[in-house]
Design a binder for this molecule. Structure first.
Ligand SMILES: NC(=O)c1ccc[n+]([C@@H]2O[C@H](COP(=O)([O-])OP(=O)(O)OC[C@H]3O[C@@H](n4cnc5c(N)ncnc54)[C@H](O)[C@@H]3O)[C@@H](O)[C@H]2O)c1
Length: 432
């Protein structure tokens, strides 16, 4: 099939590349000229394990193309996927749908023959209805069908998640569109992915409800971790003990920093805003948002306690600053809150991240990037393991750090406390 992905970001690029790898002709469109020029020159704009090889392979065999020309790309395709951003609207908690509606308007003027227009972007319930309205101002409803097909991939695991999804959700009551999409996804269905067809609105809500539930699960275990810290219980025991119950499940039950990233923070806010508009109070999700906001403050207080309230002039090393491992995504990472807050308290921060220097820290005084783990750690008073990269999982702290009385604050509970004690290292974890 001929597919057009509009928005060549984490979702558009990954799904575009993988659809091409499955044998479709795919054109990925973006209005960021630099991104498209780079991609046409083999430069990948994001860090996602395994992506570069797949982009190169499918670009070389000409099944994958990149363009800034939306009109031509839409016109030459059978299926158009909207994969643009839906960030939080400034000064509100609502999803900003400007990018989605702009694209819908452009699609309206670019349709020549029948097209399926799919929202892969995460959009509030009834956005599909609005997209349909926008396009129908330019084209007859017979010449297009608007479908919701939310994306569930996780950054860092995106390729595996796309190829082996737990489920594929397609929201449409158009029989023809459903048949075409089932056919498009048949290589994944034959490998075991469950395909479900729902109403368009249900598909939109499934995505938000899923993200809100996962955010709730993380927040739940983070709160239980606080209780463990006061009662001398190891949160890992609780996670295992709870997770073995099949009704609960072990995933997303690991205590750590506040959840961040490009999805949970904005999606939890957006779903409560949608509900407020409909006079429904999603009080549970609201309290999750509040608890998560408090979490970074709480961990900051913990840092102060660990340093016996003497943060000024302390050298603090952050290992990993992205919101999780195996991605370069900094959106809403808890480090973006914690690092500036520690600087304000007089700390001097050095950070190392496997995905390199981060622009947002460039202008903050007393924050510097170290190009290796060793140079980040060697003169530190406190090492904060913020992200769970494999690179940080078997460090020989004593040989890497010059100071004798350094402290390790392991926000991901990577290390075993008893082993650290044996090695005579001052060590703190989360919830234990
Ligand atoms: N990142 C994830 O892990 C993930 C997972 C599932 C769902 N989602 C959802 O998918 C959507 C996209 O997320 P993302 O992380 O890929 O965003 P992103 O910011 O990485 O990519 C969006 C891209 O759209 C482009 N764009 C914006 N307006 C455009 C226009 N008019 N024409 C062409 N291109 C345009 C931007 O330049 C950008 O490259 C969001 O709604 C998000 O919530 C994201």
């Amino acid at each position: 099939m001929k597919l057009c992905m509009i928005g060549t970001g984490y979702v558009g690029l990954v799904s575009g590349v993988l659809f091409s790898d499955l044998g479709n002709d795919v054109i990925c469109v973006d209005n960021n000229n630099k991104k498209i020029t780079n991609l046409n020159n083999g430069k990948i704009p994001i860090y996602e394990p395994g992506l570069e090889e797949l982009v190169k392979k499918n670009y070389q065999n000409r099944r994958l193309k990149f363009s800034t020309n939306l009109k031509e790309s839409v016109s030459n395709s059978d299926i158009v996927f909207i994969c643009v951003g839906t960030p939080t609207k400034k000064n509100t908690n609502a999803a900003d749908l400007t990018q989605v509606f702009n694209v819908a308007k452009q699609i309206g003027t670019s349709i020549s023959k029948f097209k399926i227009v799919i929202t892969k972007s995460t959009v509030p319930v009834t956005t599909g209805d609005q997209i349909e309205k926008i396009i129908s101002k330019k084209k007859s409803k017979k010449s297009f069908s608007v479908v919701s097909n939310p994306e569930f991939l996780r950054e860092g695991e995106a390729i595996k998640d796309f190829l082996y999804p737990d489920r594929i959700v397609v929201g449409t009551d158009n029989i023809k569109s459903n048949k075409i999409l089932k056919n498009l996804y048949s290589p994944l269905i034959s490998k075991g992915a469950k395909y479900i067809n729902t109403s368009r609105r249900a598909a939109e809500l499934i995505k938000y409800a899923s993200n809100a539930f996962l955010a709730t699960k993380i927040t739940f275990i983070n709160e239980i971790a606080n209780l463990c810290e006061k009662t001398n219980i190891n949160i890992e025991d609780i996670s295992i003990g709870m997770g073995l119950d099949k009704r609960i499940g072990s995933r997303f039950l690991r205590a750590g920093p506040a959840y961040g990233g490009s999805c949970f923070p904005k999606d939890t806010k957006a779903i409560t805003t949608t509900a407020d508009k409909l006079k429904i109070d999603l009080s549970l999700i609201k309290s999750v948002i509040k608890s998560n906001d408090n979490r970074s403050l709480l961990l900051l207080r913990r840092v102060s306690e660990i340093l016996k309230n003497k943060v000024r002039n302390k050298k603090i090393c952050f290992l990993g600053v992205t919101f999780k491992a195996n991605t370069d995504d900094m959106r809403d990472s808890s480090s973006t809150f914690m690092i500036p807050a520690l600087v304000r308290k007089g700390a001097k921060i050095k950070y190392y991240d496997p995905t390199g220097k981060k622009e947002r820290f460039n202008k903050i005084k007393n924050v510097s990037f170290a190009s290796s783990i060793k140079s980040a750690m060697f003169d530190a008073d406190l090492i904060i393991i913020h992200t769970e990269w494999n690179d940080f999982k078997s460090l020989n702290f004593k040989s890497l750090i010059k100071k004798k009385n350094f402290i390790v604050y392991d926000m991901r509970n990577i290390y075993v406390p008893s082993k650290m004690k044996k090695a005579n290292i001052k060590y703190f974890g989360v919830g234990r």
